[in-house]
Design a protein around this ligand. Structure first.
Ligand SMILES: Cc1ncc(COP(=O)(O)O)c(C=O)c1O
Length: 434
């Protein structure tokens, strides 16, 4: 290996090249998206939204503006947490796979808490503090989003309560420690803190929980306290909007090396990682400037894009959110726990569901036992050198499969994937696959 031509893989951007706007792809949609609506029966969920979201989050949620300026304070925080982030060429992985394809990966794992979730946590919390609230509540599956919110809340002097899906809470004590060290409270969901949680625990004291349930608990808690708002880690337009800093950086990085990805892979639970990585490039495809393919990587337990129906459904199990038009398995769907807990959500973001319906997004689904996923993570660790989050390993699996197919067909394609997080706090899961 030594003595070969030096291969420098990171493609870096300078701080000056950090995007200064978020990109709202809905402004470029060929027809309007179906708006959120109220169910026929019961109280208005739409009227309830200002009771638990910040005014700015709601404004951005409904915005038709193509570009939304990133406040200077948020830009400063982005720089503080290491943005812009490098794009790497996976020379060693390519060599291992003996593929003629070029493989690139974006490093969202390099954030302080280990995932892309920091991009929206800092933005949402900036508005929470600006609007004078003192406390935030949220849900978390993998624990990455809860950690990111706990981190941001600590920086901004806000109190934070995280409802963590019970299966993951029990599996990952390290994530709980991180949140608590930041000063956040972390409760297993279903919890005894909310009426909804108590009801579910009464029915089943060993309830594994789900993201939909944890969302319900976070909302209920915020609704009961005037000084508290709720922050969501995925699905909604404003969350995906904040994540578009990833994809905008990726476009600049590919421009620097004069390449365009033929295909982009990212895992998809609710869609914030997939959306953040691909939406800016999808905007270019809508304008017919590129013909990149976009592939969402999912688990069979929650393959909302493949097995879901494109229809109106609630975002949470207790039906407190408005109805959103999305590919959904049903908000009461019982999904078997997996180690990539962050992917176990019943529906895909409305923006991505719209794009899927338009034929812009493909999906790859992997079996529940996750053997192929952890095998891909192992190959990646041994070639590129670091441990990915189990969720991110879905994208790695798909990229490896694509690269192997390129080898069979002798195709020189350009593959890009997003490493949405690192796996240092997922070792309990890794341990099962050694
Ligand atoms: C590392 C990582 N990647 C991806 C996801 C999936 O969420 P989303 O689809 O919102 O990106 C999660 C969720 O917790 C995560 O922790």
């Amino acid at each position: 290996m030594w003595g070969e031509q030096m291969k420098i893989s990171p493609i870096d951007l300078t701080i000056d090249e950090l995007p200064d706007k978020w990109y709202n792809i809905t402004a470029d949609f060929p027809s309007p998206m179906s708006p959120p609506k109220d169910p026929v029966e019961g109280e208005s969920r739409l009227k309830l939204l200002p009771e638990f979201f910040t005014a700015e989050a709601l404004k951005q949620e409904m915005s038709q503006e193509r570009w939304i300026r990133i406040p200077e304070e948020v830009k400063e925080l982005y720089i503080h947490v290491g943005r812009p982030r490098p794009l790497y060429r996976a020379y060693r992985l390519e060599k291992y796979l003996k593929t003629p394809a070029k493989i690139y990966y974006k490093r969202e794992d390099l954030s302080p808490t280990g995932s892309h979730k920091v991009n929206t946590a800092l933005a949402q919390l900036y508005y929470v503090a600006k609007e004078g609230y003192e406390r935030v509540t949220t849900e978390t599956g993998a624990g990455q989003w809860g950690s990111a919110l706990a981190h941001g809340a600590a920086l901004m002097g806000l109190k934070c309560t995280v409802y963590m899906v019970r299966f993951a809470y029990n599996l990952k004590p390290g994530r709980r420690t991180i949140m608590k060290y930041y000063g956040a409270e972390c409760l297993p969901s279903p919890s005894n803190r909310t009426t909804f949680g108590k009801k579910l625990l009464k029915e089943n004291p060993n309830h594994n929980g789900s993201l939909g349930i944890a969302v319900s608990e976070g909302i209920e808690d915020a609704l009961k306290h005037d000084d508290t708002v709720y922050c969501l880690g995925s699905v909604l337009n404003h969350v995906l909007l904040h994540q578009t800093v990833i994809g905008q950086e990726v476009i600049k990085q590919f421009e620097k090396i004069d390449e365009t990805p033929d295909v982009m892979f990212a895992c998809l639970g609710g869609g914030s990682n997939f959306g953040g990585f691909t939406i800016p490039m999808m905007g270019l495809r809508l304008k017919k400037k590129v013909d990149t393919r976009f592939v969402a990587c999912q688990s069979e337990v929650s393959a909302n894009l493949v097995n879901g129906k494109y229809e109106y459904d609630f975002g949470d199990a207790a039906e407190q959110t408005p109805l959103l038009k999305m590919f959904t398995l049903g908000h009461k769907k019982d999904m078997h726990p997996i180690y990539a807990e962050g992917l176990r959500y019943h529906a895909a973001a409305p923006v991505l569901s719209y794009l899927r319906n338009l034929g812009m997004i493909e999906a790859k689904v992997y079996p529940r036992d996750e053997k192929l996923i952890f095998e891909a993570a192992k190959i990646f660790m041994r070639t590129e050198g670091f441990i990915p989050a189990p969720e991110s390993a879905y994208a790695i699996r798909a990229a490896i499969d694509e690269a192997l197919e390129a080898r069979r067909k002798n195709e020189k394609k350009v593959i890009a994937m997003n490493i949405s997080g690192h796996g240092f706090v997922d070792l309990e899961a890794y341990d099962k696959f050694i």
